[in-house]
Unconditional design. Structure first.
Length: 180
């Protein structure tokens, strides 16, 4: 069992797109175990490899009794229905902000042995799958917020006890902002 420290907001690894996984081996399976161990220790819903400093397209999740992992995920949206509600991130501990996401998602990728995997999610599971895939693209959930929410979030980040340093620039998401 290996619990790894989670990188916090401001660490450049969190805004750097991850590389696709090309080798499905024991090292990848060890990474998935480390991600699960860390997720369990932190009591989170999802954790991407970049959040522990590993620039590979891998994440794990455990939401509403559904758990698993995806390697090289790709998302599809079966409709345009949206949800707007609280979202948090282990890289911004203790902070939650309303964020617009799609209500339904189909996530396709691979397991740690290279076999194809598909996860269909709605509600919180859909939110988690989108959040973790964004991490792999170097996008943080704060990037998805409209301007007033982003400003409020940045004030909370600067006041957080774990934050130490100048606030990094928040970029505008390269992905479509929902609800706009």
């Amino acid at each position: 069992m290996s619990v790894v420290p989670v990188r916090t907001f401001g660490d450049p690894v969190l805004t750097t797109p991850a590389d696709p996984v090309t080798t499905f081996d024991a090292e990848l399976r060890r990474l998935v175990r480390d991600l699960f161990d860390t997720l369990e220790s932190e009591r989170g819903s999802g954790l991407a490899a970049v959040q522990i400093g590993v620039g590979q397209r891998v994440f794990v999740f455990h939401v509403d009794g559904v758990h698993g992992h995806l390697v090289n995920p790709v998302l599809d949206f079966p409709d345009d229905e949206e949800q707007d509600g609280p979202e948090g991130c282990l890289s911004m501990p203790g902070l939650y902000f309303d964020t617009v996401r799609r209500q339904h998602v189909v996530a396709r990728g691979h397991c740690d042995r290279g076999d194809p995997v598909q996860v269909v999610g709605s509600g919180e599971l859909a939110r988690c799958l989108q959040h973790e895939t964004d991490h792999l693209d170097g996008v943080l959930f704060i990037d998805r917020m409209d301007t007033p929410r982003r400003r409020a979030a940045m004030r909370a980040v600067r006041a957080a006890p774990w934050f130490g340093g100048p606030a990094p620039l928040v970029k505008v998401s390269p992905h479509p902002l929902y609800g706009k």
